[in-house]
Structure formats: C-alpha cells, structure tokens
Write a protein that binds this ligand. Structure first.
Ligand code: UDP
Length: 321
C-alpha cells in the first residue's frame, strides 16, 4: 500500500484519480483549496479510513509529518480558460510556480516520486501537427492564456532542475483535452458547456467558426495513463503526451452533442477568444512505447457516459441559471 498525496484532489481529474487510487488499495491524502475543485466530488470518500482531505492552497509550503509519502501527483491548478483568465490570472501563475516549488520541496523531503500534470497548452498555437513532445511550442508570452501556458512551462522547468540538481524522482505528463464525470457544469470548457446547454434546452455556443480542432480523451483513459507514468521505471521522466489522438472540429462536437441529446437547441456563434489554438492533436507514440498506454474509449462512448453524469447534475445546473 502506497501513501499518495494528490494536489487538486477535489477537482475534475484529481477526484477521479483519488477514487481510482483508493479502489487500488492505496492511502490517499487529498489537498485542495476548492477554488475550482468541489467537495462533492470526494464526499463519498470522506469516511474512508484510507482517505484524508486537507484544505490547503499549494501556494503555501506544506508539511506532512505523521506519514511517509511515497508518491505525489501535482494536479492543483485551474484548468479551464474562463477559470484561469481575467481576475484569476496572477493566482494561476502563482499556483503553477509556487505550487511546483512547494510540492517539489515536499517530494525531496519525503524521497517521494512526484508527477507534474503539465498540459498541451505548453505547445501554444502549434505550428507542428500533431504535436510530439520534442516540439518546443508557439506560446504568446503576454497573451490572456499565458498565465496558464507560461506557468505550466515554468513548472516543467522547475521539475527538471529539481531532478538535475536535487535528485528528485520526477515524472512529467502533458495532458490534452479531457472530459467526463466530475466536471463542474459551470467550468466553462467546451464539452461541459455543450452538454449542459443541450440538456437545459439552450443553444450551443461555438466560439469563432467552429473549425478549430481538439482531441478529447475520456477521463478513465487519462487516469490510467497518469498511474502508468507514475509507476514507470525511474529513468523515464517524460515529458510524455497523454491524450486521445481522435481529432474533431468544435462544430463536429456540437453536432454530435445535439444529435445525442435532441431537443430544440441550435448552434449559435460567439467571438473567438484571443490566442485560442487552431489545432490540437497529441502524438502519443512515446506513451505507447514507454507506458504501453493508449486511450480505449472513443468520443461517442465517452460522450454517452458524460451525458449520463450531467443528467444527474442537471437539477443543480437549472437552479443556478
Ligand atoms: N469553445 C466553444 N464553446 C464553448 C467553450 C469553448 O466553442 O462554449 C471552444 C474554445 O474556443 C476552444 C475549444 O472549444 O476552441 C476548446 O475549449 P476548452 O475551453 O474546452 O479548452 P481549451 O482547449 O481551449 O483549453
């Protein structure tokens, strides 16, 4: 049984990871300040003797003195563009950078392996397609997404310096768009927006013309990739892309959601936010080779599961609009 610390543990990915680790028989310490995370995502774990929740912001140092930690998954960060932009942008950079430093220091103290959830956003608006890990990216350093993109890039830099100079056992994954149960209906990302809009009879809001593409990975596949990476041989640090190479335009996604949910929703077009990447698809050759990992759940199946989740949430959603 490993003692595993998960930062961002009440969020979308973090809560799915906590559930999976607990069902694997591990001990989990879940850390979150609940800025974008939600306690309801881990409510069923709170009475589990192998699970502990600590409300804490990773921007401050963290000491755990009563348990030897074996592994740390560092997920804490707002991940939806509406959540990380605007008035929260400075906090987002702090979370990426100070959070990385504080968790790397904790990993060093405990001689724990630490996995950083980096992002496809470090490739910015990519000029190479699909994106392999060797691509250095095309990021606007002063744009409205840069708090997240540059914050995550700086975190990768810190991870590799702690590895080179402090001997910390690091793992870095770059996560592409992921969707599934435990997403917040108000999160603002495209899959949750479209499903919640269709379920509540609203029109689906496409930003721009809808020709931009994304590659959507179902959460269970992604969690499997995180765990495989954490438990891979020590000399494999990554960075490694984790995502589903199936690529769709945003318009195709909207049409799929409308076809599945039915109702009276139409597609409406809104302004495209600045620096919104035109294309995105992971090259997952490295993950296949090193981790024996590739996604199993196709978009249609994953959307059906996600729609079923949001149907259970829809009353909450209706109350809020
Ligand atoms: N998008 C959209 N309608 C929405 C939300 C997002 O058309 O209601 C677009 C967004 O402009 C982007 C894509 O969908 O091109 C994916 O957006 P998301 O926020 O999910 O993730 P991103 O990949 O941009 O971080």
């Amino acid at each position: 049984m490993n003692s595993i610390l998960v930062t961002g543990g009440t969020g979308f990915l973090g809560s799915n990871l906590c559930h999976r680790l607990i069902s694997n028989g591990d001990k989990v310490i879940c850390i979150d300040n609940n800025y974008t995370g939600r306690l309801q995502n881990i409510a069923d774990l709170l009475n589990n003797p192998n699970f502990r929740f600590i409300e804490h912001d990773v921007c401050s140092p963290l000491s755990i003195n009563d348990t030897k930690i074996d592994q740390i998954y560092n997920l804490a960060c707002p991940a939806s563009p509406p959540a990380y932009q605007g008035s929260h942008s400075i906090q987002t950079t702090k979370t990426c950078v100070l959070g990385a430093i504080n968790m790397l220091d904790l990993a060093k103290k405990h001689h724990a392996a630490i996995l950083q959830t980096s992002t496809s956003e470090i490739y910015g608006n990519p000029l190479i397609h699909p994106q392999p890990e060797t691509y250095l990216g095309n990021v606007n350093p002063i744009g409205i997404r840069s708090c997240y993109d540059e914050g995550k890039r700086c975190a990768e830099s810190l991870f590799f310096d702690y590895h080179r100079h402090e001997g910390v056992n690091i793992k870095v994954v770059r996560i592409f768009n992921t969707y599934g149960p435990n997403m917040d209906p108000h999160d603002g990302r495209v899959v949750s927006n479209f499903i919640c809009q269709a379920l509540s009879g609203q029109d689906l809001t496409i930003y721009g013309q809808g020709n931009q593409t994304r590659s959507f990975c179902y959460v269970d596949d992604l969690i499997e990739g995180l765990i495989r990476m954490m438990n891979s041989p020590k000399d494999f640090t990554g960075p490694v892309n984790l995502g589903n190479p199936g690529e769709f335009t945003i318009k195709e996604l909207a049409q799929k959601v409308i076809a599945k949910i039915g109702g009276s929703s139409q597609i409406v077009y809104r302004d495209l936010p600045a620096d919104d990447p035109c294309l995105r698809r992971p090259d997952i050759t490295l993950a296949k080779t090193k981790l024996g990992w590739e996604p199993k759940i196709k978009l249609d199946e994953g959307l059906d599961k996600t729609i079923a989740y949001f149907e259970t949430q829809i009353n909450l959603f209706k109350k809020a609009i």
